[in-house]
Design a protein around this ligand. Structure first.
Ligand code: FEO
Length: 168
């Protein structure tokens, strides 16, 4: 059972995850065009991961007796000056997602809705990983700069594939 307020907050997060997915898909397109297909692939895998997050909310809201409602999604940017600028934006975005998930967990706690609290635990752990993964790439991009190292890093990032977690 979900209160109206909690249902609305879960729906807002579902739509925010779709917005996140669109940002990464747009980044994927940009870097594929820029001759950095590995970064394009990394961003594509991240897009898939964000859609997985969105669908987790979608399924949960409906299972919990609510109604998953799709809203208007703002258009993301479509070009970035450098890979570093894109990944720094992604890191900032992920920190914002973490803050939203934490606020959602606070609301579930305020309402004593322990089932929603347990559901959100997965996202709380996931956000630690999300921030760490993006931060790791930011660090590598700062190290390699624009030279030949970027070519190698692009190849390395291009090996990323999204595999949905088995238990989910
Ligand atoms: Fe779904 Fe990257 O947070």
């Amino acid at each position: 059972m979900l209160s109206e307020k909690l249902e609305a907050a879960l729906n807002a997060q579902m739509n925010w995850e779709i917005y996140s997915a669109h940002i990464y898909l747009s980044m994927s397109s940009h870097f594929a065009q820029e001759g950095l297909p590995g970064i394009g692939q990394w961003m594509y895998a991240q897009y898939q991961e964000e859609m997985f997050h969105a669908l987790k909310f979608f399924n949960y809201i409906n299972e919990a007796g609510g109604h998953a409602k799709l809203g208007v999604i703002d258009a993301p940017a479509y070009s970035w000056e450098t890979p570093l600028a894109a990944f720094e934006e992604a890191l900032e975005h992920e920190r914002g997602v973490t803050a939203r998930i934490n606020a959602l967990a606070d609301l579930a706690q305020d309402e004593r809705n322990h089932a929603v609290g347990i559901f959100l635990q997965w996202f709380i752990s996931e956000q630690v990983e999300e921030e760490d993964t993006v931060s790791d790439v930011v660090g590598k991009l700062k190290m390699v700069g624009d030279g030949g190292g970027l070519f190698m890093l692009d190849r390395d990032l291009g090996t990323r594939v999204f595999t949905p977690p088995v238990a989910a």
